[in-house]
Design a protein around this ligand. Structure first.
Ligand code: 0WK
Ligand code: BGC
Ligand code: BGC
Length: 924
């Protein structure tokens, strides 16, 4: 171990006289020695209490308890699995902090072959004291210089290097390569680092050094490196234990027990940071006056109290304080205190380890004490050995109590009575101290008898382990790049959305003028929104969404009452003959009438028919083409009202008065317009998507008249069918379109609506699996099945709470086994696809409301949009993102989105009611 100064045991500036000053000296010398040794004795009961209290603190911290703040931090490390030996490649490892005033650089080659290891090359650099206590930038620049010096000696040329950073201090990690220092320990005290991301500080220093292109891909705590580096002889090590200058442990905890993580499966490595354990109840009785003195003179008063009883940086100091006390009392060295005995850090761990080693013998102890400027008498050597043994035995026992707490936690977390576990050990206290491990083992067996623990010494201080984590991080980083590349086309910029808005405006203008346009801008013959004077009972049909509904709508003074029934439209009917489809519709109507006791009554009927129809009147609609998976024959080009009437005729003894046919967007606008007269736009984002709005009649070339309004069904699902959206289309969109029953059609709809988003996600997942980014590259039959990834999965997966659990549940149902990284990536794919859909939809609405504003030459427009559709209603973020995009692209429009409660059936009934009212007025 290095010389004292640099061991960071600096005298704290202006530290008042130490608690040890003025300690009484009892007359009897051996009594005094025994009294000092006795202070370091820890009883079994005290060790158990420490074990129990530490376990309580661990579990409080896992639950995320904030106050009182648990005594240990339990920090997630983003290492979710122990190595599976397939990692390979060359990695640079930088170790800072594990061994006090030195840092180490290693070159590690992972062969990826189980059990085949290449000896790492390494170099150690002593960190000057002023660097350990100076500005943070100086420390990281020093590290970057050491890195280059090390690499200068290696034939690395200018290849890009991947580095794993072993940073042995308490950090909040928010990713494998993002870690914020909580507080320094072990004699480090650099300014401007606590609260900072140490990976960024290192990257900046390497950048400033500018000699090698080194990518820092992972940062790990030394305990994690130790655990990950252990030779999987007896099965992977699941605990990493370090006792070097400092002490700490990590272990694999069940992810579901870690409150801060949104995970319910798998395990995550937790850095316990037990150095800060300081439960007065448990520790108070074992803290000696020497411990208080040591803490009092340390750089971090009151902190890391547990570490200051175990860590190699402190054992020598404790021995020195005891020996100095005994010398001051004249019991040792004839009362002579040499400068080394008076100087903080004068006695090193190596001194203690050697002096305590029974095989060292009195002569060796003599020699060491003489090196410390003392002139020991024969009895002194024995007393010194006893003091060393007492200090180190306590350290090992306390460490064992802490380890026993971790083992008990593992038993709890795995609900196991007995536990067989491998603990990787690292640090120079294990390497240098002859008896530390044996005392630790004995004490663990006493405190955790039901645990069968094997201790695996880490061979290279964890360098291999850090390289393993770096390899995993490098693989994940590479995957993340491929994921970003794959999802980039979905991330539309404001400029792209503004372009879509402008293109839609252009297509709207052309469509209204009857020029070639992918937007048909179909007049609906609805000229006004309801004025509340409508009255009567109406039948309504609602076909084209997820469900086919028959409704009885009673419009009365007190409001609108609706009775409805959902009927299914089997795929064979939706894709059978037109006659079959309309006969099925009439069957449902008859069934409804019977159930509602309306048989024989001929109520006015409004037909919500959610497909593109060229209307020639309120009750005349020529179906232009089917969409949304419908494909009944002999319907396209036909007046669907006639088709319905023919079906009614075929079903004798049924009287129905079909008054109006409306598109679901119109029905929705009318339905919401009944409550809010500002509602002049109808929007559907469900199985399909579309919008309608109240246009100035003067702008509708195909309908006579220059005053008043006409509701226009835009059929915006077909926007881009002229190729104007091709710059936005990804090859996943192309795959979905190719596989659809109407390739080349409804391109805008196929990027937005519920019938397609699940398929876009599925194709994207298949692509990422083929790249090996997801599911370890394992394609499954199920994921290759069309429509197996439902759009509702996106809503479930993107729900704020338990997102990753949703992903896991859904994908495991699809027969996929996935890691937490897989789950995270699937979530990001869903978010990218749904966000694009919502923003495109927002760009469309912005185009519509801006058109209305400009139509009316208004500086500012206040308008409401009636909305319906499962995707819009159920997706956790869709509606807010649409609204945000409209605010961004149409800042001069104040737009309120009204979710339609009763669907468009009510709207169809209101259109029918208006038609009946107007018809009566012309009769009188
Ligand atoms: C409910 C409306 C219906 C419309 C549907 C669209 O009443 O007219 O077609 O919303 O949403 P989807 O059911 O397709 O999700
Ligand atoms: C640090 C830990 C580290 C331990 C062993 C402690 O001071 O807080 O992060 O693992 O020392 O190096
Ligand atoms: C149809 C529209 C309908 C929309 C929402 C589209 O596929 O073409 O008429 O409004 O779906 O249901």
């Amino acid at each position: 171990m290095d010389s004292i100064g640099s061991l960071g045991l600096q005298q704290r500036e202006g530290a008042p006289s130490s608690p040890q000053e003025g300690l009484p000296c009892p007359s009897n010398s051996s009594e005094l020695v025994q009294e000092c040794l006795q202070q370091f004795k820890v009883t079994g009961a005290q060790l158990q209490q420490i074990q129990t209290s530490l376990l309580d603190s661990m579990e409080q911290a896992l639950k995320g308890q904030a106050s009182p703040a648990p005594a240990v931090r339990m920090l997630p490390t983003y290492v979710g699995s122990t190595p599976h030996g397939t990692e390979q490649g060359d990695f640079v490892v930088l170790e800072l902090g594990a061994t006090g005033a030195s840092l180490r650089v290693l070159w590690v080659t992972l062969t990826g072959i189980e059990g085949h290891k290449m000896e790492p090359r390494s170099q150690e650099f002593v960190i000057p004291e002023e660097v350990m206590l100076g500005p943070g930038q100086q420390l990281f620049d020093f590290a970057a210089r050491c890195l280059s010096e090390f690499l200068d000696a290696l034939p690395v040329g200018n290849q890009g290097l991947q580095l794993g950073f072993s940073f042995s201090f308490p950090c909040h990690q928010t990713g494998l390569d993002k870690s914020t220092l909580i507080s320094w320990t072990k004699g480090f005290r650099c300014s401007g680092v606590e609260g900072q991301d140490v990976v960024q500080l290192l990257r900046d220093a390497i950048q400033r050094q500018g000699t090698y292109s080194i990518d820092v891909v992972a940062v790990v705590n030394d305990t994690v490196g130790t655990m990950m580096g252990c030779e999987p002889g007896v099965g992977p090590c699941e605990v990493g234990l370090v006792v070097d200058t400092g002490t700490n442990a990590c272990y694999m905890e069940e992810a579901r027990h870690v409150a801060v993580l949104d995970e319910d499966r798998g395990r995550v490595c937790i850095s316990v940071e037990w150095g800060s354990f300081s439960d007065d109840g448990a520790l108070g009785p074992v803290l000696t006056i020497f411990d208080h003195t040591l803490d009092h003179e340390s750089l971090n008063l009151g902190a890391q109290r547990f570490e200051k009883m175990i860590g190699g940086l402190y054992l020598g100091e404790l021995v020195r304080l005891v020996l100095a006390h005994l010398a001051r009392c004249g019991v040792l060295f004839g009362g002579y205190l040499s400068p080394a005995l008076l100087r903080q850090g004068g006695i090193l761990l190596e001194h203690v380890a050697e002096m305590e080693d029974p095989s060292a013998g009195a002569a060796r102890v003599h020699a060491i004490l003489q090196d410390l400027g003392l002139n020991p008498r024969a009895s002194d050597a024995e007393f010194v050995q006893q003091v060393c043994a007492a200090v180190c035995t306590r350290a090992a026992q306390l460490c064992a109590a802490a380890l026993a707490a971790v083992l008990s936690r593992l038993q709890h977390s795995r609900e196991q009575q007995t536990l067989q576990i491998a603990v990787a050990t690292g640090g120079r206290v294990f390497e240098r101290h002859p008896r530390f491990l044996s005392i630790l083992k004995e004490t663990v067996m006493l405190l955790a008898p039901e645990c069968d623990v094997s201790f695996i010494p880490s061979v290279d201080g964890g360098g291999q382990g850090v390289a393993m984590v770096t390899a995993v991080a490098a693989r994940l980083a590479a995957h993340r790049c491929l994921l970003e590349e794959t999802l980039a086309p979905f991330r539309l910029t404001r400029e792209q959305l503004a372009a879509v808005q402008a293109q839609m405006r252009e297509a709207m203008a052309k469509g209204l003028q009857g020029e070639a346009s992918s937007l048909r801008m179909l007049p609906t013959y609805v000229r006004a929104t309801p004025d509340g004077s409508e009255r009567g009972d109406f039948l309504a049909l609602d076909l084209g969404g997820t469900n086919f509904r028959v409704l009885l709508v009673r419009v009365a003074t007190g409001g609108v009452q609706i009775t409805s029934q959902v009927y299914s439209i089997p795929e064979c009917v939706a894709q059978g003959s037109g006659q079959q489809l309309f006969d099925h519709i009439v069957d449902c109507i008859v069934d409804f009438q019977q159930k509602q006791g309306l048989s024989g009554q001929s109520l006015p009927l409004g037909f919500t028919f959610s497909f593109p129809c060229r209307q020639l009147g309120l009750d005349q609609g020529i179906l232009l083409n089917w969409t949304k998976g419908f494909n009944a024959s002999d319907c396209e080009g036909q007046d669907v009202v006639c088709l319905l009437r023919e079906a009614i005729r075929r079903r004798q003894a049924v009287e129905l008065n079909v008054v109006a046919i409306v598109n679901d967007t119109v029905g929705t606008m009318m339905s919401c317009g009944y409550e809010d007269p500002h509602c002049e736009v109808g929007l559907i984002v469900g199985t399909g998507t579309n919008a309608c709005y109240m246009e100035e009649l003067r702008n509708v070339a195909s309908v006579a008249g220059d005053s008043g309004h006409m509701c226009i069904n835009m059929e915006w699902g077909a926007f881009g069918d002229d190729g104007s959206l091709s710059m936005l289309s990804t090859h996943f969109d192309a795959s979905v379109d190719q596989a659809s029953i109407n390739p080349g059609k409804q391109r805008f709809e196929k990027m937005i609506s519920g019938m397609y988003l699940g398929e876009i996600v599925r194709h994207t997942l298949l692509h990422l699996t083929s790249l090996g980014v997801l599911f370890r590259g394992q394609q499954t039959q199920r994921l290759q099945t069309r429509d197996i990834f439902k759009t509702k999965f996106l809503s479930e997966i993107e729900s704020d709470s338990l997102a990753l659990r949703q992903v896991r549940a859904i994908l495991e149902d699809l027969g996929l086994s996935l890691t937490s990284d897989d789950a995270l990536m699937v979530l990001e794919v869903c978010q990218a696809v749904s966000q694009r859909a919502a923003r495109l939809c927002g760009a469309g609405v912005a185009a519509v409301v801006e058109k209305i504003r400009e139509n009316r030459g208004l500086e500012e427009l206040t308008v409401s949009v009636g909305v319906d559709g499962t995707l819009y209603k159920l997706h956790p973020h869709f509606s807010s993102l649409v609204a945000a995009t409209v605010r961004e692209l149409a800042p001069r429009c104040v737009v309120t989105f009204l979710q339609s409660e009763d669907g468009s059936g009510k709207g169809a009934a209101l259109v029918t009611a208006v038609a009946c009212r107007l018809a009566q007025m012309t009769c009188v």
